[in-house]
Design a protein. Sequence first.
Length: 155
Amino acid sequence: MKKSTTIFLATLALALWQPASAQQAQPKVQTLRGAGAADMDQAPEDKPYVGKAPGSQKPVARTFSGQPPVIPHSVEHFDTITLEVNPCLACHGPANYKAVNAPKVGDSHFTDRDGKKLTEVSQARYQCMSCHVPQADAKPPVQNTFRGVVEAKKK
């Protein structure tokens, strides 16, 4: 047998053999926040949305360039987005946004990944809630000193 194989097998045997004194309970691994690593996280309490009905509140200001706008109204009773229907586009789509006085879906949503212009919302941007989230009145889970920097819109 080769020397390296012999050393490996001896190390493996030593690692697998434990005397009774080594079989004591190991200390419980803990996370940085103090909870046991194996303990389940508790779900946070539900937070109410800041806006109620669409159009009942001003849009929430963005804090950095390129940030997707948050949804300033509740979406709790909206239909689910499917391949056939997107309820967001009923108000924010190019056909209706003026009539209901809603912001129009961004032009970036009408381009594919190669930059080609499309006549309908790109399938890559069709699931709105992947980027846009309803604004909730919730205390931040950790202290935060972030201050956004957004340039004022030029008129």
